[in-house]
Design a protein. Structure first.
Length: 74
């Protein structure tokens, strides 16, 4: 069975854009740990959708900026 929104997937919340787009950093059953641009949160997989191409570019740019500023893996 395929895990929807597995680690490394770019996603957005289905109900709000307050979090910004994000990248899945962990899976625990039906929950996903997501590093959004404004928060890191645990969200049910069914409350996520694949990020649009624009949202994917936004989170990738955000991650690159954080890596350049702070180093390490984001």
């Amino acid at each position: 069975m395929e895990t929807p929104h597995g680690p490394g997937s770019f996603v957005a919340h289905t109900g709000t854009d307050v979090y910004g787009p994000g990248k899945v950093i962990g899976v625990d059953g039906r929950h996903r740990r997501v590093r959004f641009t404004h928060y890191t949160a645990t969200v049910r997989a069914e409350d996520l959708r694949p990020a649009s191409p624009g949202e994917t570019r936004e989170i990738q740019a955000w991650l690159r900026a954080r890596k350049a500023r702070y180093g390490g893996e984001w």
